[in-house]
Write a protein that binds this ligand. Sequence first.
Ligand code: PLP
Length: 386
Amino acid sequence: MKVYLDNAATTALDSEVLEKMMPYLTEIYGNPSNQHHSFGREAVKGVDTARKQVADALNASPDEIIFTAGGTEADNLAIKGILQKYKSKGNHIITTAVEHHAIMHTCEQLEKDGYDVTFLPVDEFGAVSAEAVENAIKDSTVLVSVMFANNEVGTIMPIAEIGEICRRRKVYFHTDAVQAIGHIAIDVKAMNIDMLSLSAHKFHGPKGVGALYVRRGIGLMPQMTGGAQERKRRAGTENVPGIVGLGAAIEKAAERIAVDMPKVAALRDKLIEGIESTIPEVKLNGHRQNRLPNNVNISIKYIEGESVLMMLDMLGIAASSGSACASASIDPSHVLLAMGIPHETAHGSIRLTLSDKTTEEEIDYVIKTLPTVVERLRKMSPLYNK
Ligand SMILES: *Cc1c(COP(=O)(O)O)cnc(C)c1O
C-alpha cells in the first residue's frame, strides 16, 4: 500500500484541474500582452477567469489579485514591496518566530539591511497572541506579517483579531495563508486582511504559481521589473496554464471546504487517537482543536524522526519531519523550538498531513504500521531501556 501523508509539502494535481489547463498547454499559446490577435485574446480570457476565481474565493475583487510564481514570491513581494513603497512611514516589521522560511529568511535579510524586525514569541501550541501584536506596534511600524496557519504544527493564528488591531492602529497587515487556503474559509474583508499570499500546489493545483491579494489603494514596489504585466506590479509573461490551473483549483477547493474538511478532520482525529492509544510516550504538537483539519504532528520519545521517516518510506508511507526545507538539515525545526519543545523531543518529531483524497483504509494502515516501526527503533535506541 502506498500512502501519501505529506500534503503540507505539496499535493497531487487534481485531474479536473489538469483538464482545464490542457488547452493552455497546447492550442491556446498566445501571449496575453498582445490583444491584437485572437491567440492573445484567448489567453487573456483564461487569465481573467482565473483572476475572478481567486478573487471570489477570498471575497476580493479581481483587480486586487497579482499572480506570482508561488507562495515564496508572493511573500517576498508583499514584505519587500510594501516596506520599500512606504519607507517614509518607518522601518519596523512585526512577525512571529514560527513563520515559513519564505517570511523568516526574508525578514532576517531585511534586518541585515537595516530594518527593525520584531519576531514575536508563541505559546506552547505555536500561537501568537493578538495582544502581543498590539503591544509591539510603535510609531515606526509599517507592517505586521502573521501566517494564517502554521505549516509544521497546523496551529491557526487569531487572524481576524490581528486584522482588527492593525486596521485600527493604521499599520498594514499581511498573512501567509498558503496552508490555510482550501482548508479554512477566508474572507479578506471581514478579517481586515490587507495582503494575503497563496500557492496553487498546496491545494491540488500546479507547482510554480501563486498569488498575492493586495487591498485596493495599497501600493507596492515591484520586485520583478520589466514589462507592464499585472498592472505593473509583477513583470514577466504570465504563466498562463499555471494561472488557469490555480483558478480552477481554488474554485474547487473553496466549494468543497464545507463538505470535505469535516471529513478530513475526522480522519485526522482518528489518526491522532490511533497513535496515542497504541504508542506510549508520544506527544501531539500544536493545539488539539485549533489546528488545520489535515495536520498531525507528533513527538515520539527516544527515537529520531528521520529514522521513523526512512522506515515508513520502506513500508510505503510518505511523511515528513518538520517542514520539507528543514528536513534537509540536521537543525531541529525552528517552530518546535519556539514552542519550547526541547531539542531531543523536537528531533523525534514527525508530521503527517492528509488531504481530501486520503482514505480511511490508508489511515488504518498507518495506525497499524507506525507502532511496529516505533517499537523496532526504540529497541535499537540507547536512550530506551524497557
Ligand atoms: C509552501 C509554503 C510556502 C511556499 O510556497 P511555494 O509556492 O512552495 O513557494 C510559503 N508559506 C507556507 C506557509 C507554505 O506552506
